[in-house]
Design a protein around this ligand. Structure first.
Ligand SMILES: Cc1cc2nc3c(=O)[nH]c(=O)nc-3n(C[C@H](O)[C@H](O)[C@H](O)COP(=O)(O)O)c2cc1C
Length: 175
């Protein structure tokens, strides 16, 4: 893939919030998860974990904790991507908190793009009550949920949300 094909691939991804209730196959679930294996991580400690949620009653718990965002109920699968603080802090101390958040965010991004490559649709969901997610999933103290990645087959073609001009993000040499 050359860089213009890569940009084309990225440009055809957008968040989707309405899904058909088709379940994902185990191959499709693998195509979301496997790219995360290649994600970079601080010290290669891979300080992230993911919980694959397909059970309706668990999804209801996620839905409630995420302020009842409908797409979490509709999506046949929600990948809950978490930072694993013990894995990173055992090597990096306090700095490991930041590294675990970065590791998990990169892993979630690879999953989102893996889903896109497999022809699936996703919605990265970050608005939720952390305690509610912890209770629903029985997360231990050192595991912090960061992303609920809803995934499925969208009803409608994704619509482009627009972006500010790239120049507004970019600074040269100094701020
Ligand atoms: C950190 C983060 C948190 C987000 N939280 C939510 C959310 O709680 N609910 C939602 O519907 N979309 C959420 N989104 C999706 C964004 O709204 C979406 O990515 C953005 O509007 C750009 O649209 P696009 O993904 O279609 O390009 C979140 C995205 C990110 C990166």
């Amino acid at each position: 893939m050359d860089s213009s094909e890569f940009l084309g691939f990225l440009r055809t991804r957008s968040s989707v919030r309405e899904y058909s209730d088709d379940e994902l196959t185990s191959e499709e679930i693998a195509s979301v998860i496997l790219p995360a294996e290649r994600a970079p991580s601080a010290g290669n400690r891979e300080s992230w974990d993911v919980i694959i949620v397909t059970d309706e009653s668990v999804k209801e718990g996620l839905f409630d904790a995420a302020y009842q965002q409908q797409h979490l109920l509709q999506a046949p699968c929600v990948f809950v991507v978490c930072a694993n603080y013990v894995r990173s802090m055992s090597q990096y101390g306090e700095r490991g908190i930041l590294y675990a958040v970065q590791d998990a965010t990169i892993a979630a991004t690879y999953m989102m793009l893996g889903a896109h490559a497999a022809g699936l649709h996703t919605c990265w969901t970050g608005a939720f009550d952390e305690e509610g997610i912890r209770e629903t999933l029985g997360l231990p103290e050192h595991i912090r949920p960061l992303v609920l990645l809803a995934a499925g087959r969208g009803h409608l073609p994704p619509s482009y949300a627009g972006r500010m001009p790239i120049g507004e993000h970019v600074h040269e040499n100094i701020w």
